[in-house]
Design a protein around this ligand. Structure first.
Ligand code: NDP
Ligand code: GDR
Length: 373
């Protein structure tokens, strides 16, 4: 029997990799996409299947995590074996600007999905994966963080995700549902949203290298993160739903770097050597050498990075480092792609786009470069 999966957030970074992964495994994949005034399927266009074709394996449904009746109807129609709840207002800084909406989507949206599964009598058939997060640890109580480390969320996003975490556990305990949390540490890729820190850096520096932008404006570059590759992490999401018993897992690399280090690697990928000087909001990164042909618009002495306090958060998560020992021991999962390899891949992809834009600009077709991050 062909297995059927339903993915919320299929148009996002993880949703796109997971859809690819499940299609390769022979699944029929259903995804929920939001209605938007512009096309929002850029990350999954390459796997799109014309609904007019006989038996398409990828099917998209309009929907929203704020709309219970819509979720119930889609679940009834699809009758999925597996639900992956990846949909979310996923930006921590934005959650301070839109806390109520973030709670509605990230916390209540999870409840709506679980309740729809129960209401339809699917609780013994449908397995449920919840995209939980290392942001739950917030003000960290233990280093490294593992499944048993106490939570101390530091943003409206993290608080909403904490509700989602516990309601998932509760539906498992109360109704015997196969429902589990993947507590995922930061994971990135060339498909990462443009305003998360890694992509902001790789895209920004690639644009600077090609003369499309002048300077990168950053927030807290002392922040430490445990960065993995989204491809490795979606494999683990699937593995978590294939066990005998539903359990929660920390997914991380077990290695930590600073935002400053990520800037240094990205610049090096472009042949740029940087020196950081100054302190606090006065800190800058200056070019000391340029080699190769990847950054023709950059010369020694250029200041490529400055601090802009507007990117500071009202409450910061200074440091995150995960312990993936349980995932390794129980599931045999280990990440295959290092943070440095991932950074190189992201820079290379962003440089291709920047070169295309630079070429268009040279021929009089200037495209707007969004600078907001
Ligand atoms: P993205 O921001 O790339 O994708 C989020 C997805 O959710 C998009 O498809 C988005 O749609 C959709 N979405 C947003 N609001 C709604 C809504 N109201 N109703 C339905 N769908 C909605 O996130 P990632 O792919 O990076 O992350 C996937 C999940 O994992 C998220 O829940 C995130 O919070 C969580 N997570 C991510 C980590 C990471 O490092 N990437 C780490 C830990 C957890 P649209 O495309 O239309 O905006
Ligand atoms: P995070 O990711 O908040 O960890 O949440 P993000 O990449 O936004 O920030 C990581 C760290 O970098 C610092 N930072 C900046 N961040 C952004 N976005 N822009 C900047 O200019 C900047 N300068 C410094 C941040 O302050 C922070 O410390 C991500 C999301 O994917 C969540 O959905 C997910 O749950 C967690 O990872 C795990």
């Amino acid at each position: 029997m062909t297995k059927r999966a339903l993915i919320t957030g299929v148009t996002g970074q993880d949703g796109s990799y997971l859809a690819e992964f499940l299609l390769e495994k022979g699944y029929e994949v259903h995804g929920i996409k939001r209605r938007a005034s512009l096309f929002n399927t850029g990350r999954i266009d390459h796997i799109y299947q014309d609904p007019h074709e006989p038996a398409p394996k990828l099917k998209l449904h309009y929907g929203d995590l704020t709309d219970s009746s819509n979720l119930t109807r889609i679940l009834q129609e699809v009758q999925p074996d597996e639900v992956y709840n990846l949909g979310a207002q996923s930006h921590v800084a934005v959650s301070f600007e839109a806390p109520e909406y973030t709670a509605d989507v990230d916390a209540m949206g999870t409840l709506r999905l679980l309740e729809a599964i129960r209401f339809l009598g699917l609780e013994k058939k449908t397995r449920f994966y919840q995209a939980s997060t290392s942001e739950l640890y917030g003000l960290v109580q233990e280093i490294p963080q593992r499944e048993t480390t106490p939570f101390h969320p530091r943003s409206p996003y993290a608080v909403a995700k904490m509700y989602a975490y516990w309601i998932t556990v509760n539906y498992r305990e109360a109704y015997g549902m196969y429902a589990c949390n993947g507590i995922l540490f930061n994971h990135e890729s060339p498909r990462r949203g443009e305003t998360f820190v890694t992509r902001k850096i790789t895209r920004g520096l690639a644009n600077i290298a090609q003369g499309l932008e002048q300077c990168l404006y950053m927030g807290n570059i002392d922040s430490l993160r445990d960065w993995g590759h989204a491809k490795d992490y979606v494999r683990m999401q699937w593995m978590m739903l294939q066990q005998e018993v539903a359990e929660d897992f920390v997914i991380a690399t077990g290695v930590q770097y600073s935002v400053r280090e990520f800037i240094t690697w990205s610049a090096q990928e472009l042949g740029i050597e940087l020196t950081f000087s100054g302190e606090g909001v006065e800190e800058i990164a200056t070019v000391t050498a340029v080699s190769g042909d990847r950054a023709p618009a950059v010369k020694p002495g250029d200041v490529l990075m400055r601090i802009d306090p507007r990117y500071f958060r009202p409450a910061e998560v200074e440091t995150l480092l995960g312990d993936p020992a349980k995932a390794k021991e129980v599931l045999g999962w280990v990440p295959e792609i290092t943070a440095q390899e991932m950074c190189a891949e992201m820079v290379t992809e962003d440089l291709k786009t920047a070169r295309r834009h630079a070429l268009l600009k040279e021929h009089g077709y200037e495209l707007p470069v969004a600078l907001e991050g």
